[in-house]
Design a protein around this ligand. Structure first.
Ligand code: FAD
Ligand code: DHB
Length: 391
């Protein structure tokens, strides 16, 4: 079998790339290790930048998002019992973000790919790209029912997430990695109850960070900072809500609507970048190339901006026989990646509780908040990054 681009990974990055390529008459096949239901049951990101929503619309998958997504003009930072409102729209000259879950985007992308007849092969096992240092790469895999298959192609797009195979086949000497791990995780739950308020709350507290988010007007998503090595089983819903309440200003906590959790999971926090994002005819995009801590919701948005640069480069190659954009893909994408890495690192550092930082570190955090509370310039810098830097 032969195609033009093999896309490894059917998360948001891989699916959106496949759709953009198909719309430009470029043939591709998506290979996803998991079942469709498994991919659709993963609860992950929830906040979309304007550049992300624009790109989804231009790919033809914006209709349900525009009907059901929630436009957020701002959010609150809770600190020392009070709330600081960050007015995104006012601070950025009209920009906003959209609350619409990664699950919903993934579903919309699958529907669009099905309608377009693009092949998405689920439960593709032992996916192995080969000869990516040449211009005649291929990918082998097998499925439960069939034997080993091989697809020859012009390019391989590695959209297979942080634990995927694509980054791992690049020789270590050809890849430089940058990493920071944080000494805590996020414990998150999903609850079928109306959100605590109609905007998000990022809460700093001596007991640890907490976040009140949502997926829709009937579905709330809450997180609390937890220690590494904690187990979900040790967190009953009651314990979770008690901890969340304790970290919110009491007049806000009073409004919290508790309910049985329908999902509960712990995510570690990590910053990671692999450079370059290209090796021969293999191109990495999204979590396959970089990870941000979740604070500020940049992970999914970065995956989408990578795909913007990569789709543009493939289209120039096939339509205009111009490889300039393929050549500059890695530096183009990385320039934006590093700014989002910086922002996610900064927001994480300012708002979490760092037990080992000592009293000096804690006072610096308090001063950081006071600077933000007292300076429109500081709030503007936060808002510009939160709504997303230009592609
Ligand atoms: P992924 O969504 O990881 O997709 C990669 C796909 O490749 C997966 O479907 C995987 O099954 C598949 N795959 C992996 N290996 C192979 C292989 N060998 N062969 C074939 N297929 C393979 N971001 C936020 O902004 N806010 C959040 O609250 C948030 N929460 C998160 C919680 C968790 C537990 C995780 C892991 C991430 C979270 N993120 C969050 C980050 C965000 O979800 C990611 O940045 C986003 O999913 C990146 O999309 P992607 O397509 O690059 O990678
Ligand atoms: C969510 C996650 C984030 O990291 C964030 O900054 C905002 C919202 C969420 O999952 O809803």
């Amino acid at each position: 079998k032969r195609t033009q681009v093999v896309v490894v990974g059917g998360g948001p990055a891989g699916l959106l790339l496949a759709l953009l390529l198909h719309r430009a008459d470029i043939e591709c096949v998506v290979l996803e290790r998991r079942s469709r239901n498994y991919v659709l049951s993963r609860i992950r990101a929830g906040v979309l930048e304007q550049g992300t929503t624009d790109l989804l619309r231009s790919a033809g998958v914006g209709a349900r998002m525009d009907r059901q997504g929630l436009v957020h003009d701002g959010f609150d930072i809770a600190w020392r019992g009070a709330m600081l409102h960050i007015d995104l729209r006012d601070l950025t000259g009209g920009k906003t973000v959209m609350v619409y879950g990664q699950t919903e985007i993934t579903r919309d992308l699958y529907d669009a790919l099905d309608a377009a007849g693009v092949a998405v092969i689920h439960e593709a096992l032992d996916v192995q790209p080969g000869d990516v240092a040449t211009t005649t790469p291929f990918v082998t895999f097998h499925t439960e029912s069939g034997g080993t298959q091989r697809i020859d192609c012009d390019f391989v797009a590695g959209c297979d997430g942080f634990y995927g195979v694509c980054r791992s086949i690049i020789p270590p000497a050809a890849l430089e990695t940058f990493e920071r791990v944080y000494p805590f995780g996020w414990l998150g739950i999903l609850v079928r109850k109306p959100p605590i308020q109609d905007e998000l709350i990022y809460a700093h507290h001596a007991r640890g960070f907490a976040l009140c988010s949502m997926r829709n007007p009937q579905l709330s998503r809450y997180y609390v900072q937890c220690r590494l090595g904690e187990r979900v089983e040790d967190w009953s819903d009651t314990r979770f809500f008690d901890e969340l309440s304790a970290r919110l200003p009491s007049h806000v906590a009073d409004r919290l609507q508790r309910g049985p959790s329908i999902e509960k999971s712990i995510a570690p926090l990590r910053s990671f970048v692999a450079e370059p994002m290209r090796h021969g005819t293999l191109f990495l995009a999204g979590d396959a190339a970089h990870i941000v801590p979740p604070t500020g919701a940049k992970g999914l948005n970065l995956a989408v901006s990578d795909v913007h640069y990569l789709a543009r480069a493939f289209i120039a190659h096939y339509q205009d026989r111009d490889d300039g954009l393929l050549g500059s893909y890695s530096p183009d994408a990385l320039a934006r990646v590093w700014k989002a890495e910086r922002f996610s690192w900064w927001f994480t550092a300012m708002i979490h509780r760092f037990e080992d930082d000592g009293s000096f570190g804690h006072r610096i955090q308090e001063a950081e908040f006071d600077v933000l509370a007292g300076s429109k310039a500081a709030q503007t810098a936060l808002a510009e990054n939160y709504v997303g830097l230009p592609f």
